[in-house]
Design a protein around this ligand. Structure first.
Ligand SMILES: NC(=O)c1ccc[n+]([C@@H]2O[C@H](COP(=O)([O-])OP(=O)(O)OC[C@H]3O[C@@H](n4cnc5c(N)ncnc54)[C@H](OP(=O)(O)O)[C@@H]3O)[C@@H](O)[C@H]2O)c1
Length: 265
C-alpha cells in the first residue's frame, strides 16, 4: 500500500525533495498544500495533488512534512492543529524551530521529527539528518524506511546537532555557489565572456569535486598542484595572509548562532 505524504509549503526545498522522490520511487501518494494558488503548477511537474486549503488529507497522512519558512511556523501549526493526532508523524525542515516550539502550539502529542538537509537532496544522494525525542523504534523504523527511499538518513542525538548541521550542511550549497561566483567573476575580469566563464568555472569546480571524492587527503592534492615559487603558491599564500579561513569560519559560526535563535532580528 502507498504511503500518504502531505507536504506543507511548495517552495524551493519542497521542489528539491520532490525531484529526489520522483527519481527514485512512485511508492508515495503525495499532497502539497500551499496558500499561494499559483503554486498549483507543481502538479504538472511532479506527480502530486495540490491544495490551497487545509483539509483532512492531513489527518489521513502517514507523514506530514513542514516546509515553510521559519517565520510562518506559528500560523501553519495553528492551521494544521485540528488535523493532527497523537498518531501523526510530523517532520519539520524549518531551520531554527525547535520541536518544543512546535509541540507548544499543538493540542495533540504527535511524533515530531526535526530534519535538516539542503537543496542537493534533489539528486537523491544527500543526507537527511533527523532528531526525534522521545525516540520510538516503530516510528524510527517507519521514518528511516521513508527517508531512505530518496536520501541517506542520519539520526542525530540532539537538536544542538541539528543547529550545527543547519549552518554547515543546510546553508552549505550557498557558500559553495558564492565561491563559484567569485571564480566566475575572475574569469570575466580577465576578459572571458560570460558564457565561457560559466562553462570553465563549472568544469573546474565539478572536476575538482570529483578529485576530492576519490582522495580525502586534501593537503596532498594541494601539494600536487602548488609547486614551490609557482602561481598556485602565490595565490594560496595571499589567501592565508588575509586569513580567509578565519573569515569563513566566523561566517559559519554566525549562521550557527542564527540557527539557535532564528526569529531574533
Ligand atoms: N531552501 C533551502 O536551501 C533550505 C535548506 C534547508 C532547510 N530549509 C528550510 O526549509 C523550509 C522551506 O524553505 P524554502 O526555501 O523551500 O522556502 P520557500 O521557497 O519560501 O517555500 C515556502 C512556501 O510556503 C508557502 N507558505 C507560506 N505560508 C504558508 C502557509 N501558511 N501555508 C502553506 N504554505 C505557506 C510560501 O508561499 P509564499 O512564497 O507565497 O510565502 C512558499 O511557497 C524553511 O523553513 C527553511 O528553513 C531550506
Amino acid at each position: 500500500m502507498k504511503n500518504h505524504i502531505t507536504i506543507i509549503g511548495a517552495g524551493n526545498l519542497t521542489e528539491s525533495i520532490l525531484k529526489a522522490i520522483s527519481k527514485k520511487t512512485n511508492l508515495f501518494k503525495i499532497n502539497v498544500i500551499d496558500i499561494n494558488k499559483k503554486k498549483k503548477n507543481i502538479e504538472k511537474r511532479f506527480n502530486v495533488t495540490f491544495y490551497s486549503t487545509y483539509t483532512d488529507i492531513i489527518s489521513k497522512s502517514d507523514f506530514v512534512v513542514l516546509l515553510v519558512k521559519p517565520k510562518d511556523y506559528i500560523s501553519v501549526i495553528d492551521k494544521i492543529n485540528p488535523f493532527i493526532s497523537n498518531k501523526t508523524i510530523l517532520l519539520s525542515f524549518m531551520a531554527g524551530i525547535s520541536n518544543a516550539q512546535i509541540s507548544k502550539i499543538l493540542t495533540s502529542k504527535p511524533s515530531i521529527i526535526r530534519c535538516m538537509t539542503n537543496i542537493t537532496i534533489s539528486d537523491s544522494k544527500s543526507f537527511i539528518f533527523y532528531f526525534m525525542k522521545p525516540f520510538t523504534k516503530i516510528v524510527s523504523n517507519k521514518l528511516e524506511k521513508f527517508l531512505s527511499c530518496f536520501s541517506k538518513a542520519k539520526k542525530c542525538s540532539s537538536q544542538e546537532q541539528i543547529d550545527k548541521i543547519t549552518a554547515l550542511y543546510g546553508s552549505g550549497p550557498a557558500y559553495y555557489i558564492y565561491f563559484n561566483q567569485i571564480i566566475k567573476d575572475s574569469f570575466i575580469k580577465m576578459g572571458y565572456n560570460k558564457k565561457e566563464s560559466i562553462l570553465y568555472t563549472n568544469d573546474l569546480l565539478q572536476g575538482t569535486a570529483n578529485i576530492i571524492k576519490n582522495n580525502s587527503n586534501s593537503e596532498n592534492i594541494i601539494k600536487s598542484i602548488a609547486s614551490k615559487g609557482g602561481t598556485t603558491e602565490a595565490a594560496l599564500s595571499d589567501l592565508k595572509k588575509n586569513k580567509i579561513n578565519q573569515i569563513i569560519t566566523k561566517a559559519i559560526i554566525k549562521a550557527h548562532k542564527k540557527s539557535k535563535n532564528i526569529l531574533n532580528k
